[in-house]
Write a protein that binds this ligand. Structure first.
Ligand code: OOB
Length: 525
């Protein structure tokens, strides 16, 4: 396994193979089984058959190899939903050079860190999106290891993506037990943690989620969330749709004016949504007169209020499935055939019968049936350690290797999971995860900030928003706008800028010297 990754213990690996979860499948072969003439991917710009996709990925893999990208090299990929995203992933899977999947919203702070931490040899980005120039970002993230910047569109001083092409050749097949790519964690402490997903574990996730959702070669998946996020990438998502021989339709956002016409035109059968978008979809469904009765929607990533879930079937006509998932691997969800009240009240059951979910108290003891505790997990898709993070891993996993999710859950008498809250210091902004410590660290660098705590405050649309509670340095009076601009200057992703800023004379501290965030939340709710 790639140095810096933590393998599963041999006894578990053997069990997962013996039970047929891990079958030695490599992700570069995802598309090889399908009829080359069938439509694989649909984007705003075009339609691509399996044959075209495969040939392009082979040429790109050869071109990347010619540029010096080798098996085991890491490549930071920051692309919006696009054909280039899919081809890049496929070609890097084939090369055995794991892509590090950054989100389009990430900026210099995140990308610089990812390039540095992974010692990436290449960064692949678009030229510009919505007025933001990724080439300028690239100019600022130079690390000694970064040898190539590939740009889609107008490359400026960098290598034009479309020119990276070579004569397809046989490449040594990667080890299925090795990291195929990296996802980013929603985060607990400070900077984003990297999650190695192996060929074996992700191929299983793609196959098993597709089966559970009844997604086959006639399926059409709509990616309206960023495909770089696990929810839209592999549950079954874009990669699972391709693995099943179906079609992946890529949209730039879940906004109804973009996706409703696409759903109708392409006959979309499955999509993924964060809960915050459902009310808007329900409001506009009638206006667009789109028939959604053939659509199954996977909703998860943040709390889905029961009164919203309840309205999905009557108002959209679509089938709701309710998901609790993590990039780290664990997935729980209701199945399309479940009784309708199940997705309203619960997040269903685990993907795999060998997922071991325990609900524990502060001392890692199992809580009584039905009681709330922290969810800890091990299973065939759940990582054993973050990449190059031994100190963090010592805290993030139990001594016997269960991931501490930081989520508070309970189990119903029927065995379904219900998410009740969380203990990790993350603000869940409509599914976008904002690690409080990361934002606090940046704000503390402002000379007018003496002390700061970032907390979640309730929001009717997003569920939660961020609030920075600031103690100004003596004689200083920073404005909220100044502080937000400061974060932008420091290259922090926009969604991490605090929605609200409040000023206090002092922060409340607990006996052990930690900021008393529950007290702050109570005060600013
Ligand atoms: C998904 O993955 P991540 O990695 O962005 O975020 C994971 C965290 C969980 O630890 C939990 O705190 C929160 O998101 N979460 C939920 C939830 N589903 C996830 N909180 C409340 N209710 C839910 N239903 O968010 C993700 C990955 C794959 C599929 C779906 C979601």
């Amino acid at each position: 396994m790639l140095p810096g990754c933590v393998p599963w213990p041999e006894n578990l690996a053997q069990r997962y193979r013996a039970k047929g979860y891990w079958r030695g499948e490599v992700l570069g072969d995802l598309t090889r089984g399908a009829d080359p003439a069938r439509t694989a991917v649909v984007t705003a710009g075009g339609r691509y058959t399996y044959g075209q996709l495969d040939a392009w990925a082979d040429r790109l893999a050869a071109g990347l190899a010619d540029l010096g990208v080798r098996a085991g090299d890491r490549v930071v990929v920051q692309l919006p939903n696009s054909i280039e995203f899919v081809v890049t992933c496929l070609s890097l899977f084939r090369l055995g050079a794991p892509p590090v999947l950054a989100l389009p919203a990430h900026r210099r702070s995140e990308i610089g860190y990812l390039c540095e931490h992974t010692e990436a040899v290449a960064y692949i980005c678009p030229d510009a999106i919505g007025g933001f120039d990724f080439r300028e970002l690239a100019a600022e993230v130079g690390t000694p290891h970064l040898k190539q910047v590939l740009v889609i569109g107008d490359a400026g001083p960098y290598t034009p993506f479309e020119e990276v092409t070579g004569e397809p050749r046989d490449l040594p097949a990667p080890d299925p037990g090795d990291a195929a790519f990296f996802l980013l964690s929603g985060g607990t402490t400070g900077l984003p943690k990297l999650i190695p997903r192996t060929h074996d574990d992700y191929a299983f996730q793609l196959r098993a989620t597709a089966e559970a959702m009844g997604f086959g070669a006639d399926g059409v998946y709509l990616a309206a969330l960023p495909a770089a996020h696990n929810a839209a990438l592999g549950c079954p998502g874009v990669l699972g749709a391709l693995r099943a021989g179906g079609t992946a339709v890529l949209a730039s956002s879940p906004s109804p004016d973009e996706v409703f016409p696409l759903i109708a035109r392409e006959g979309v059968t499955l999509t993924t949504l964060m809960p915050a978008f459902l009310p808007l979809w329900m409001e506009l469904a009638e206006l667009y007169e789109t028939d959604l009765s053939g659509l199954t929607i996977e909703v998860g990533g943040a709390q889905l209020p029961p009164h919203v879930a309840e309205r999905v079937r009557p108002e959209l006509g679509a089938t709701l499935t309710h998901w609790f998932g993590m990039a780290e691997g664990v997935l729980c969800f209701t199945r399309p055939g479940d009784p309708p009240e199940l997705p309203v009240r619960t997040q269903g059951t685990p993907l795999c019968p060998d997922d071991e979910l325990r609900i524990v108290d502060d001392d890692d003891r199992d809580v009584p049936d039905g009681a709330v505790g922290e969810l800890i997990v091990q299973g065939p898709c759940t990582l054993r350690g973050y990449y190059r993070a031994p100190d963090h891993n010592a805290r993030a996993f139990t001594p016997d290797g269960f991931l501490r999710t930081g989520d508070l859950v309970r189990r119903t008498p029927g065995g379904e999971l219900v998410v009740e809250g969380r203990i990790k210091d993350v603000v869940n902004r409509g599914g976008e995860k904002v690690p409080a410590a990361e934002v606090e660290e940046h704000l503390l660098a402002h000379p007018a900030v003496k002390d700061v705590a970032v907390i979640a405050v309730p929001d009717p649309t997003l569920g939660e928003k961020t609030c920075a509670v600031v103690v100004a340095a003596p004689g200083e009076q920073p404005t909220p706008a100044e502080l937000r601009d400061f974060l932008t200057e420091r290259g922090l992703a926009g969604y991490k800028r605090p929605d609200n800023v409040r000023f206090v004379d002092a922060l409340p501290y607990t006996g052990v010297g930690k900021v008393d965030k529950p007290a702050l939340r109570a005060r600013f709710e």
